[in-house]
Design a binder for this molecule. Structure first.
Ligand code: SF4
Length: 378
C-alpha cells in the first residue's frame, strides 16, 4: 500500500498544480471549445456538456454556433428554431433557459456576457459551476468550479467517505478548490482538473497507475478509490407502455406540441398516450379514448408501424406506434395543446422528441420506397 501523502499544505498544492499542468500539456484532448476564450462559446459548451458525453456534444456545439453565432442571434431566434438545433441532446430545459438568458443578456447587459459572478448567476440556467467555468475560462477570473468530474476527483484526493452532496462536504470542497487555484491561467487549470477527472480519475475504474498525482492522493494511499465517492441510492427504473398514432388525413399528418407539464415541453410529438392492454386489440380502445382526450379527434386505429424502446429519466418506455385514420374531422372538444396538420416532408422543420423523430424517419423511408415503386410501375 502506498504511504500516506502529506496534508494538503502549500507545498502539496504547488506540486499538485505543477504535475497537473505538465500532464494536461501532454494529455489534453483537442476539443472545439478549448480553442477559444469566447465567453459565449464557453457558455454554450458548458450547458451542452451537462449530463451529456463529450463525443455527443461536439457536432451539436459546432452546428449550434453556426446557426446562432452570437448571443444576440440566439436571443433573436424563435424558441422552436433553438429547440430544433437542440433536438436529440435531451434535457430541453437547458435550451429554453439558455434562450431566455440570451434575451436577458441583450436586454440588460447590451449583449455582453457579464463578468460579475452575481450577475451571471442571476441568469436562467447559470449556477455556481457554470458561472465559475465561464468566468475562469473566458476571463481568467480566480473562480473555482465543481462539477461531476471534479467532485469525484476532489473527494478521492481528500479521501472523503461522507456523502458528497451534503452541505458540510460541499462547503469543504468549494473552499479546497478555491485554495487550490493558481494565480494565473485559472481557466486552463480548471479545465485540466476536469480533464483529469474525465480521463484518469473515472467513476468505475480510476487509472491510478497512470495518474500524475497518485502519490498526492489520500484515497489511493488508503486504497479507497473504488468506494469513493459513496454510491448514491440506485435508481429504480420503471417500465411503461405508451402508444402513438400517425393520423393521416388528405395527405397530411397530425402532430401536437407538448405542454408545460409534459416531458418535452415546447417540442412536437405524434399524439401519444399511456396504455396497459399491450399486444391485444383493446389497446385500440385506450388509444382512441386517449387521442380524443388529447386532440378532440376521433380516430380508427390501423396497423402497427413499429415499436420503439427508449429511456427518459427513470422510465424505460416501450412505444407502440400505429397508423390511424380520422373518423370525423370535426369535433366540439378543444385539443389540450396546439395541434397541426403537416405534410410528411414538413416534419423536418419541427423540433420533435427523439422517439417521434425515429417514427418520422421510418415514415419518410416508407414513403421513399413506395414512391420509387410507383415510378417503376409507370
Ligand atoms: S490516484 Fe487514483 S483515485 Fe487518486 S486522483 Fe489519481 S486516479 Fe483518482
Amino acid at each position: 500500500m502506498p504511504s500516506e501523502p502529506p496534508l494538503t499544505d502549500a507545498a502539496w498544492r504547488r506540486t499538485f498544480r505543477r504535475r497537473l499542468r505538465n500532464w494536461y500539456d501532454r494529455a489534453a484532448r483537442d476539443l472545439p471549445w478549448r480553442r477559444t476564450n469566447n465567453a459565449y462559446h464557453i457558455w454554450v459548451s458548458e450547458i451542452m456538456l451537462q449530463q451529456t458525453q463529450v463525443a455527443t456534444v461536439v457536432p451539436y456545439f459546432e452546428r449550434f454556433l453556426k446557426a446562432f453565432p452570437s448571443v444576440a442571434q440566439l436571443a433573436n431566434a424563435g424558441e422552436q428554431t433553438v429547440l430544433r438545433h437542440w433536438e436529440g441532446l435531451g434535457y430541453y430545459r437547458r435550451a429554453r433557459q439558455m434562450h431566455a438568458a440570451a434575451k436577458r443578456i441583450v436586454a440588460e447587459h447590451r449583449g455582453k456576457i457579464p463578468r460579475e459572478a452575481d450577475l451571471l448567476r442571476d441568469l436562467p440556467g447559470i449556477g455556481p459551476y457554470t458561472a465559475g467555468a465561464i468566468l475562469s475560462i473566458a476571463f481568467d477570473a480566480r473562480e473555482p468550479i465543481l462539477e461531476a468530474n471534479t467532485i469525484r476527483l476532489v473527494a478521492r484526493l481528500l479521501a472523503i467517505t461522507e456523502d458528497v452532496g451534503s452541505t458540510k462536504v460541499q462547503n469543504l470542497m468549494w473552499s479546497f478548490s478555491d485554495e487550490l487555484l493558481p494565480r494565473k491561467e485559472v481557466g486552463l487549470f480548471n479545465q485540466a482538473l476536469m480533464e483529469l477527472g474525465s480521463l484518469i480519475c473515472t467513476p468505475k475504474s480510476p487509472s491510478c497507475d497512470a495518474c500524475p498525482v497518485a502519490d498526492l492522493c489520500l484515497a489511493n494511499a488508503k486504497q479507497l478509490q473504488h468506494t469513493i465517492p459513496a454510491l448514491k441510492q440506485k435508481i429504480s427504473f420503471e417500465k411503461v407502455n405508451e402508444a402513438a398514432v400517425v393520423i393521416r388525413h388528405r395527405g397530411q399528418i397530425l402532430i401536437r406540441q407538448c405542454g408545460s407539464k409534459e416531458r418535452w415541453e415546447g417540442l412536437w410529438d405524434f399524439p401519444r398516450v399511456p396504455v396497459t392492454s399491450v399486444g391485444k386489440r383493446p389497446i385500440d380502445n385506450e388509444l382512441v379514448r386517449g387521442v380524443f382526450e388529447l386532440t378532440g379527434l376521433t380516430v380508427r386505429v390501423g396497423p402497427r408501424l413499429m415499436t420503439i424502446k427508449h429511456g427518459v429519466t427513470r422510465f424505460r418506455i416501450t412505444l407502440h406506434c400505429f397508423a390511424a385514420e380520422l373518423v370525423s374531422p370535426r369535433s366540439d372538444k378543444v385539443a389540450q395543446t396546439e395541434t397541426r396538420w403537416v405534410k410528411p416532408g414538413e416534419l423536418v422543420q419541427f423540433p420533435l422528441s427523439s422517439s417521434a423523430r425515429k417514427l418520422a424517419e421510418r415514415l419518410k423511408s416508407k414513403e421513399t420506397i413506395l414512391s420509387s415503386r410507383r415510378k417503376q410501375a409507370v
